[in-house]
Design a binder for this molecule. Structure first.
Ligand code: GDP
Ligand code: MG
Length: 597
């Protein structure tokens, strides 16, 4: 395929604005998939993606399209829509020359629209604004076009109005991809040079890398080298993604496709790595910043006998997701397990759901925590750790105030985009969450004013803010008054329920954790005291009353079926319980304990 007939593009949008639906239409119209009612988010392959309606892993598809009497090869690189995965958005963008920026005709520009726009803008990509869902009764494409003009400085005439659901005007989008996005700058006569922009693990064939060819060509049997770690591999298979793998003889400059070359682990296929031929070294492409784990949680098997099974499930899943960090860990209450690091809360939930769904593993996940830092004051400890500053990813190991001169917590720089009528409400929310605002920036857009709030906030508050039009980036660490709070069940501290809290919020958090546990732990044969403590001082207490009646007491006479039903129900309930001391604790109590009512 001649390079000037190739277009590489991504679709970017705020979540739910219609990326996946438009991708389905583009695939149908170019014949990559058949037209049926069943084409719901074809690129969203994972079960979690379908259930949650979010795209987790970027997917790629090569489409053939005729325009001006010429055949074009359009490479669509789908990107995830959630802030937790913005790292994946930037890696996909680096393989493209243009993007379709989708905006919902009813909702207009949202925070992630702005964040994604700047990613594309900074990468100097061609940006095609697409206004979607014009079929909605409340659609107001006029207003959205004005927003796009004001906020992004893109002339309104460039906007394409479509309904991805009905297919209205989608053809215009394909034409614009050909006409407005430049072909890749790649020369077939240069030495082979490819960017690894994604990778996944296949049980039978090893690592499948997704690559964009910046120069030359590659074929089966070629010996290729990773510029990152200088290992050599032989190409076993290569081809296009349409979106299923279509093996071909060769891949050429400008194309996007996959290569299988006997890599055993996704860590060998670093995202951002450059591949070249063994005898033709090239200058490596600029790589990406590695993803940084910002949320940590313990994961434990329901029963220690399930440890080996869970270990291999976690191994298989992390083979496919190099952004998850894994450390072995153990706790008195839950035995041997792991402490895993994730990009964000959603990333953690998705990982957990995939463990349970795809690997049939039953897992106890402990309350998530952010990585705290402490500056040690004890000379002995400094010597032990080899440095003054330590990072704590497990609250159970939070060092005592006595050996620490300062605690630090991570903060984010967040942007909220909102009409000015919400200003007061959001400002008071920020105040409650102890956010500071370095600035409020007004954007006069058509009839309403959109405000950008830029503020710093501790990461814990994110759970709430994610529900709103919100985007964030990490902004380092700040000093905080932190203390460790223990939770005791019948007087015994449960390590895995320990949390780190702000000193001035300890009382209210302790109280709500105890209340929450009282609601989650079922009544048992004896009374259970649930207590929150700071050091040896109890700051909150709830009591779970003993459960007197036997389940079977209700069954008079010999109603066997009813008796069986009750016993079965009780057994099912037990399966999800974990014995801690003498107390049966439901497996989701650990993660739910921090959720607000
Ligand atoms: P994504 O999160 O950006 O991938 O969004 P999806 O493609 O999953 O779409 C989110 C929701 O909007 C789904 O329920 C779609 O059916 C719906 N949707 C997408 N495009 C349109 C459209 O053109 N019109 C209408 N009415 N609904 C749409
Ligand atoms: Mg989607």
């Amino acid at each position: 395929f001649p390079v000037d007939k190739i277009r590489n593009f991504s679709i970017i949008a705020h979540i739910d604005h219609g990326k996946s639906t438009l991708a389905d239409r583009l695939l149908e119209m170019t014949g990559a998939i058949a037209k049926t009612d069943k084409n719901k988010q074809v690129l969203d392959k994972l079960q979690v993606e379908r259930e949650r309606g979010i795209t987790v892993k970027a997917q790629t598809a090569s489409l053939f399209y005729s325009h001006h009497g010429q055949q074009y090869l359009l490479n669509l690189i789908d990107t995830p829509g959630h802030v937790d995965f913005s790292y994946e958005v930037s890696r996909s963008i680096s393989a493209c020359q243009g993007v379709l920026l989708i905006v919902d005709a009813n909702q207009g520009i949202q925070a992630q629209t702005v964040a994604n726009f700047y990613l594309a803008f900074e990468a100097q990509l061609a940006i095609i604004p697409v206004i979607n869902k014009i079929d909605l009764r409340n659609a107001d494409p006029e207003r959205v076009e004005s927003q796009i003009e004001k906020v992004f400085d893109i002339p309104r005439e460039e906007c394409i109005r479509i309904s991805a659901k009905l297919g209205t005007n989608v053809e215009t989008v394909l034409k614009a991809v050909v006409d407005r996005i430049p072909p890749p700058l790649a020369c077939p006569n240069d030495p082979f040079k490819a960017l690894v922009f994604d990778s996944c693990f296949d049980h039978y064939r090893g690592v499948v890398t997704n690559v964009a060819l910046f120069g030359g060509q590659v074929k089966k049997g070629d010996r290729i080298v990773s510029a990152h770690h200088s290992k050599t591999y032989e190409v076993n298979e290569l081809g296009l993604l349409r979106p299923d793998e279509h093996p071909t003889q060769r891949l050429y400059a400008g194309q996007v496709g996959y290569i299988i070359a006997g890599m055993k682990d996704v860590k060998e296929a670093q995202i951002g790595d450059t591949l070249h031929l063994q005898d033709q070294p090239v200058e490596a492409l600029p790589g990406f910043k590695p993803a940084k784990a910002m949320v940590f949680a313990g994961m434990y098997p329901m029963d220690q006998s399930e440890y080996p099974g869970l270990r291999s499930a976690i191994e298989r899943l992390t083979l496919n997701d190099s952004s998850v960090t894994v450390q072995r860990d153990s706790s008195l209450a839950l035995g041997a397990g792991w402490r895993l690091g994730f990009l964000g809360l959603l990333h953690m939930e998705v990982f957990n759901q995939r463990l349970e769904q795809e690997h049939n593993a039953s897992v106890i996940v402990t309350a998530p925590t952010v990585p705290y830092k402490a500056i040690l004051s004890s000379a002995k400890l400094i010597k032990e750790h080899g440095s003054e500053e330590i990072t704590i990813v497990n609250p159970a190991q939070f060092p005592d105030r006595g050996v620490v001169s300062e605690y630090l917590e991570p903060v984010v720089l967040g942007t909220i985009l909102t009409p000015d009528s919400y200003t007061g409400k959001i400002m008071s929310l920020c105040l409650v969450r102890e956010a500071r605002y370095p600035g409020i920036q007004a954007q006069n857009v058509f009839k309403e004013t959109l405000l950008f709030f830029i503020f710093f906030s501790s990461l814990k508050s994110l759970e709430f803010l994610i529900l709103h039009s919100f985007d964030y980036e990490n902004a380092g660490y700040q000093t905080a008054e932190l203390i460790k709070m223990d939770i005791l069940l019948n007087g015994n501290p449960v390590e895995e329920l320990a949390t780190v809290v702000h000193r001035n919020r300890a009382y209210s958090t302790g109280k709500s954790m105890c209340e929450r546990l009282k609601d989650t732990i079922p009544r048992q044969m004896f009374e259970i005291a649930v207590q929150a403590a700071i050091g040896s001082k109890i700051i909150a207490r709830e009591t779970i009353k003993a459960y007197r009646k036997n389940v079977l007491a209700k069954c008079y006479g010999g109603d066997i079926t009813r008796k069986m039903k009750l016993l079965k129900k009780q057994a099912e309930g037990k399966k999800k319980m974990r014995l801690i001391g003498r107390v049966e604790v439901p497996k989701d109590a650990f993660i739910n304990v921090l959720k607000r009512k």
